[in-house]
Design a protein around this ligand. Structure first.
Ligand SMILES: [Zn+2]
Length: 395
């Protein structure tokens, strides 16, 4: 060790600290001796790292644990309440905000409807949600450590929103807008990428190596996780499977393409069908809620509509499975509420269209986090950024 230069020693120390933190995060309650045994780090190093983590409020110790003899060890816990993170899911017609602790537990949540997508209006709505969540945050050593926002559109590696067709936004430095208002580090991410990350950390994608998360809301976005890593493409804008053409001569899409999958399989497509079939009052603002009620009552027109919707969703999934051969496909966002009626048509479509080899290898799941996948994923990006900044983890 003595031959190492200062820079190397700092790096070694940071790596050791990160190993100790990671072990406490996943194995707590755990003693210093157990950490040493688990990690192979010597006891003196573990003690030094633990002392620093305790001083920085990331870890705390409690009472006495069980021991087979001699002095009983003190157990270490992760202090999830050292700070709080804000996660925002910016839908096209709603904003959902959550306040989470450092382990991703939701402590507060707020949902507001969006009446239009004008930048200034949406910005004010987001400001007001962030302010309310900040007011509700319990007192903690680090306070609000970051804000993560999932948006339905292309986001480049510098967190610029390049293009969000359903919001009609182009080239918006939203990170700057939020940071200038709150002076809190902010992370902007594509909503499907955030959702995929959320499900991987806390939901239906836990311990799955290769998975594709499909967010079906007003539009359709996908988050692709390969070898446990989010695949973002060369400029950060991969996963726009909602804009793959499923009808070569189909309608024009705001993205510039024709016959895009999301024109036929999203929430907007469902609402358009309702209007065309004149199933409900054409001015209804609560289409989806009403549709859900009618589906539960067994209205044949509604069941037929959802059956067709499931088939079209299935056609897109066939293309995704043929491309990625993932272990799991997770269907998320608001279409999940119709899962009782769309699961069979989806599975039937896969059965009819996939090759024998693909059929057996991919499992279709629905999001476990429900409406919270994107907000939780966005919040977790902020937490990772903060812990990396504090040199606790290597992000
Ligand atoms: Zn399109």
């Amino acid at each position: 060790m003595s031959s190492l230069r200062t820079g190397d020693q700092n790096l070694v120390k940071q790596i050791n600290k990160s190993i100790v933190f990671h072990t406490i995060q996943h194995k707590a309650p755990i003693s210093r001796a157990q950490i040493s045994k688990e990690t192979g780090l010597n006891k003196a190093t573990v003690s030094t790292m633990v002392a620093e983590l305790i001083e920085d409020h990331f870890v705390y110790e409690i009472g006495e644990g069980q021991s087979s003899g001699g002095r009983k060890p003190v157990m270490l816990y992760l202090n999830s309440h050292a700070g709080y993170s804000i996660g925002i899911d910016l839908g096209v017609n709603y904003i959902l905000g959550v306040l989470t602790d450092l382990s991703g537990n939701i402590t507060e949540k707020i949902t507001n409807k969006l009446l239009n997508t004008d930048l200034s209006y949406v910005t004010q709505q987001i400001f007001s949600i962030i302010e309310s969540l900040m007011e509700k945050a319990p007192k903690s050593p680090y306070g609000i450590i970051g804000i993560g926002i999932g948006v339905p559109g292309h986001v480049d590696p510098d967190d610029h929103i390049l293009f969000a067709p359903n919001l009609k936004w182009e080239n918006i430095d939203f990170k700057k807008i939020i940071e200038e208002q709150f002076h809190i580090p902010t992370k902007i991410e594509n909503e499907a990428n955030a959702g995929a990350h959320g499900e991987q950390l806390y939901g239906a994608g836990k311990n799955v190596t290769n998975q594709v998360y499909i967010s079906i809301g007003v539009g359709i976005g996908t988050g692709i996780i390969m070898n446990h890593q989010l695949y973002k493409g060369v400029s950060g804008i991969s996963g726009e499977m909602g804009h793959m053409t499923i009808d070569a001569n189909g309608r024009k899409c705001p993205c510039g393409n024709r016959g895009c999958w999301e024109l036929y399989a999203s929430e907007s497509a469902l609402i358009r069908s309702i209007q065309q079939e004149e199933i409900m009052d054409e001015n209804s603002e609560e289409y989806l809620d009403l549709l859900l009620e009618e589906a539960k009552k067994g209205d044949p027109k509604v069941l037929q509509l959802l059956n067709t919707q499931g088939e079209i969703i299935g056609i897109g999934i066939v293309n995704i499975i043929n491309t990625f051969n993932p272990e799991v496909i997770i269907i998320g966002n608001r279409m999940v509420q119709f899962k009782n009626w769309i699961t069979n048509p989806i599975e039937r479509t896969l059965e009819e269209r996939l090759s024998l080899y693909h059929k057996s290898s991919t499992e279709i799941r629905f999001s476990i986090l429900g409406d919270y996948s994107t907000a939780l994923g966005a919040s977790s990006f902020s937490i990772a950024g903060f812990l990396s900044e504090k040199k606790i983890i290597d992000a």
